[in-house]
Design a protein. Structure first.
Lengths: 238, 238
């Protein structure tokens, strides 16, 4: 068998946020880039680019994400390395990263990127339930990211990635509902999170058009997920 | 920044089994290959090789594993793609897979490999708590695999990979103890697994020098972990 040395390695990033639609619902959304070159010119793809010789994959993912979208998540987690022989017209292995971003951070970082004059015009946000046709196997990659996210909400504080430091139980339930794609019973949800020990009530309330709702924060004494023994070269976006 | 096209991509595999030592304890063990070429000639490394143009990474991992060790696990799970710039004297991205194998399968497959006359002589099994100095970042990769395994026993039937179809609660506890690296209280362990609904008692018992111990099997109605929506090109070793 040919000892191929030298395979094209790409990086791509799935950045998810929880967007509020005009009718008040919370939906998952992500940025896509309209491809201007073949293959798949005129189709939408995940933000990304080639891995260079002088960068780790996570650094390359962070760089290409920042160049296209202006987004700089504090942490990128490796999702999977996709390498099926026929996933691209030429042989490409794609190392894919993912992260969750709060909508207000997305808004602030996107605005700064536009103000810099370096923001490309071919980037747009799409709701996850209303995606256009996608280049390569990027649709399957997004489906896999969503599957991982749905699995993760059960055993980590992953939904926190969408929420500010303090939030109401309704905010948290809404994040879970958007991730899981189904309604949750408010009373059951409250019972489960209160018995889990992962939330701490604050003495602050959100007031507004509804009756005041208590604000909670995550109990950081309960370590639900960590990044493991991977060193900073593999995980840090610096 | 240089648009590097063509990076050396390697595959490696962490194959873990539960080995019984001469004093009767169960310990995790894995096969390593003594390197005969630079870099790191004379040091031990994970079984693996280069990704070729005509194979998916999982196929390349399965092929190189079979060539060196004769082992053919039914399923290889992708562990991580390691890509720090300084992890090798030349730039190499390694896509690492892992699997658990039962000791009797290891014995049978290793014997068949030796009988074939194609088994290399530079392969040896090591207990995980007694590893030699390792080439590249392979020590860190093994530590990461162990960390993932320890995390996984909590939310999947992963320990089952070490056990036959029917096993005693003591067998299962011993597998957990070897993975977690600590003793578990037998009565607490029994209570937890019995209340989890993941085990079904059979009407068979193991007899021997101790009092008869009931045999259990996994309740396959309880889906604790699946491979998600990844297609066969990404996961199957065929």
């Amino acid at each position: 068998m040919t000892q191929t040395r030298g395979i094209d390695v790409a990086v791509s990033t799935v950045i998810l946020t929880l967007r509020r639609t005009e009718d008040g619902a919370a939906v998952l959304a992500l940025p896509l880039v309209l491809r201007t070159r073949e293959p798949f010119a005129g189709q939408w793809a995940l933000p990304g680019g080639w891995l260079t010789a002088v960068e780790s994959p996570v650094d390359a993912a962070a760089r290409t994400l920042a160049e296209t979208t202006g987004l700089t998540p504090s942490y990128l987690e490796q999702l999977y390395a996709f390498g099926a022989v026929d996933r691209s017209p030429t042989r490409v292995v794609s190392i894919v990263y993912w992260a969750l971003l709060r909508q207000d951070d997305v808004d602030a970082q996107s605005a700064a990127h536009r103000a810099s004059g370096r923001a490309p015009e071919n980037v747009r946000w799409f709701d996850l339930d209303d995606l256009p046709p996608l280049a390569f196997d990027h649709r399957a990659i997004i489906d896999y990211a969503l599957w991982r996210l749905r699995n993760k909400v059960g055993y980590s504080r992953v939904a926190h990635g969408f929420l500010p430091a303090e939030f109401t139980l309704a905010d948290l339930r809404e994040a879970y509902e958007a991730i899981l794609g189904r309604q949750l019973d408010p009373a059951n949800f409250r019972r489960q999170v209160e018995s889990s020990g992962t939330l701490l009530p604050t003495d602050r309330f959100r007031t507004g058009s509804h009756r005041p709702a208590r604000l909670y924060r995550y109990n950081t004494d309960v370590e639900l997920a960590d990044h493991g023994p991977l060193g900073p070269d593999e995980t840090s976006t610096r």
